[in-house]
Design a protein around this ligand. Structure first.
Ligand SMILES: Cc1cc2nc3c(=O)[nH]c(=O)nc-3n(C[C@H](O)[C@H](O)[C@H](O)COP(=O)(O)O)c2cc1C
Length: 376
């Protein structure tokens, strides 16, 4: 869709906080808090957004910006938008159509989608809804290695073109808000589909999930995360897939160097939107050192804290190849299903387009030229 067409579909007002409020009105307190909150004292959650204020753009003018190119390339694929949809689990809690509504919106705008392991619909159903939209599969590497292989092979068969291993979740973060609310999405029935439909998972159960739901949930909880996972295990996955492997959750430059040593194809600088280690460095503050360490050898992507167009442009200017957005599209979904996600896309695309034009850049690819971004 052209940016002019996108602009003509804008609703009158948009502010990230308004969108958050709209979502809040539609959701129960427990579900809204599950999405919005971070771990612990939420220091990292706050730091993610705050960090953007430290970086300032320095525009250069009198260039033709009548048409701005927002496309980017990652791992040989060209994407029409500089943002991908971050893997967000349990989307059925935000809206009954969950991942399917997001996938249909993504299809209309050709926004690449990273599907979570803990989705409410299966990865195959999401792939069907996406049609030819680029898609990657996010893997929570299970303690059950045969199940891990099964997920990856199913993803490969369903047309996912990369595996994103989330490395920052050897255990779930200490999410005080959810503990206070006693809200655990898996126990509420969200995020089960990939497991309950998987032949390997089902073979582990004495009774099927349909016969004994509680026992199936207990098994799922037991095997979802893998605290013993190490760098050496990556070779195991390599043996089972030809897809590129991307690590999500890199913050230390040493991890990005290890990623290259272990033949990983890309990294995502992320602190899981402040939901894992509270007190962790803001994603944006971690980015420049990772970009320096990687030195162009593999793509560097970024998430955590992106709310507006200038945020996207700052991240790309600091050396990232692409960004992922999380909560903003989930709020769009909660607010108004597929239409709500499309509305979010309209605003974000227009904001990015306008940011480029008012910075004197006709292409997002030229943002990395020296001198465009400054630290205060
Ligand atoms: C409700 C919620 C669920 C999430 N589920 C997953 C998940 O299943 N897998 C994963 O790797 N990251 C998950 N994330 C983290 C996102 O992929 C992403 O890192 C984060 O949302 C980016 O920060 P932002 O929300 O500030 O954009 C989740 C985030 C939220 C808010």
């Amino acid at each position: 869709m052209s940016n002019e067409a996108v602009k003509s579909k804008l609703s009158p007002t948009y502010h990230y906080k308004d969108l958050e409020k709209q979502a809040q009105k539609k959701l129960t307190h427990e579900v809204f808090t599950y999405i919005q909150s971070g771990s612990g004292n939420e220091e990292t959650l706050r730091a993610n957004e705050e960090a953007f204020k430290k970086y300032k753009l320095v525009p250069e003018f009198l260039h033709d910006v009548s048409k701005c190119d927002l496309s980017i390339s990652v791992l040989g694929q060209t994407f029409q938008t500089p943002f991908l949809l971050a893997p967000v689990g349990h989307l059925g809690a935000a809206h009954p159509e969950g991942e399917l509504a997001v996938a249909r919106a993504a299809k209309g705008y050709q926004v690449p989608y990273v599907a979570s392991t803990v989705s409410t619909y299966t990865l195959e159903e999401i792939a069907d809804a996406l049609g030819d939209t680029p898609r990657w599969f996010q893997l929570y590497w299970s303690k059950d290695s045969e199940l891990t292989v099964s997920f990856v092979q199913r993803a490969e068969k369903a047309g996912y073109s990369a595996i994103v291993i989330t490395i920052d979740t050897p255990a779930l973060g200490f999410r005080e808000a959810n503990l206070t609310n006693q809200f655990f999405p898996v126990r509420e029935g969200y995020g089960l589909a990939n497991y309950f439909q998987d032949p390997i998972f089902r073979s582990r159960l004495n009774e099927s999930p349909e016969e004994n739901w509680d026992a199936a949930i207990d098994e799922l909880v037991k095997i979802t995360f893998h605290p013993k996972l190490t760098w050496n295990d990556l070779a195991f996955l390599r043996k089972h897939t030809n897809l590129p492997i991307i690590l999500k959750g890199v913050l230390h430059p040493k991890d990005s160097i290890r990623a290259i040593e272990y033949m990983v194809d890309g990294v995502i600088v992320s602190n899981h939107g402040g939901r894992q280690l509270d007190g962790a460095v803001a994603s944006l503050d971690a980015l420049p050192k990772v970009v320096e360490a990687v030195n162009g050898k593999i793509p560097v992507l970024f998430d955590s804290g992106i709310r507006r167009g200038p945020d996207v442009v700052k991240v790309i200017s600091l050396g990232a190849d692409a960004v992922l957005i999380g909560r903003p599209y989930v709020y769009g979904l909660a607010h108004n299903g597929q239409d709500g996600v499309e509305e979010l896309f309209n605003h974000l695309l227009t904001d990015i387009d306008t940011t480029l034009a008012t910075a004197g850049k006709s292409s997002i690819r030229t943002c990395q030229l020296p001198g465009f971004v400054n630290i205060r």
